[in-house]
Design a protein. Structure first.
Length: 150
């Protein structure tokens, strides 16, 4: 199996009813979720996907430029995750991180082998504790009114 192409898309998903979302990690509220979706395509028809929050074209430009150029010059088997991502990590010192490529490659590997990735990485159990991070669409006052014990 060989990687034949890498694609990147900038996606913007509006929040419901044009509400503002105030995430703790953002400097200002937003009306939409913006993220980059990467697709790594193989010659066997298996694609791997990964996404990350981004503010605009910075990740898109990095993937479409440096990462795509590297993949064209080094058409490797997607199972060689470290061989593919080590030079990209070095290059990402000057730009966005390449975790998207790692995740998309593991997605391909899991699909090719018909196994969940957690088992391929040496599962310790059949479940993973969930982690969730969130922000606010409602104002604090709305939460108080909706959920306060009366």
């Amino acid at each position: 199996m060989r990687i034949t192409e890498i694609k990147a898309y900038l996606l913007k998903v509006p929040y419901p009813e044009k509400k503002m979302f105030a995430a703790a990690w953002e400097p200002a509220p937003s009306r939409e979720m913006t993220f980059t979706l990467v697709e790594v395509v193989t010659d066997e028809g298996i694609s791997g996907y990964a996404g990350m929050i981004s503010r605009g074209f910075e990740v898109l430009a990095f993937v479409r430029g440096a990462v795509r150029e590297f993949i064209k010059r080094v058409p490797l088997d997607p199972f060689y995750v470290e061989m593919l991502t080590r030079p990209l990590r070095t290059g990402s010192y000057y730009g966005p991180r390449v975790g998207l490529v790692d995740i998309a490659l593991w997605d391909i590997i899991g699909k090719a082998l018909g196994k969940p990735i957690y088992k391929l990485l040496g599962a310790a159990r059949d479940y993973v504790r969930a982690y969730m991070s969130t922000g606010q669409i409602k104002r604090a006052r709305d939460h108080i009114e909706d959920y306060s014990l009366r």
